[in-house]
Design a protein around this ligand. Sequence first.
Ligand code: ATP
Ligand code: MG
Length: 147
Amino acid sequence: LFDLKELCINIIETSFSNNKDNRNVEFYFEGKKFQVFADKNLIEYAIFNLLNNAFKYSQDCGNVIMKLINTESEIQIEIIDFGIGIPEKDQPKLFNTFFRASNTNGIVGTGLGLYIVKTFVERNSGIIKLESQLGKGTKVIVVLPKI
Ligand code: ATP
Ligand code: MG
């Protein structure tokens, strides 16, 4: 049992504040405090990786928004960026091992992050969805059931 807002704020402050890599990407958080019953380490890893993707694939001076939505039956975590986006033809393959979209030139990665994140979310009985528009941005939604 842990406070999800506290975890998210901690990740943002420790890993993404202070003008990380001199790129001026700004992180915004929206959501109230609440407790969730889940594997804290796996959720922390998943959130870190999704925020790191939003950071990596944003332009300098871009914004990243993280939202927590707490309903009666589920918890929704949204990570939204306004970066390079993902070509539609690549979107079905994003959760495969070692897959990288065709527009990642010059941005370093192994193509394993989302595969691992999906595994960790599913280990907590959650689901992960991704919506993206090339050149406009990306939104990743993680839904965790309340137990
Ligand atoms: P790493 O294993 O270091 O995370 P990676 O970031 O390339 O490497 P994934 O996190 O698995 O790998 O993401 C897979 C691919 O999905 C990326 O290579 C990139 O093409 C695309 N992608 C993921 N998140 C975003 C995003 N927020 N904006 C644009 N493209 C993204
Ligand atoms: Mg990644």
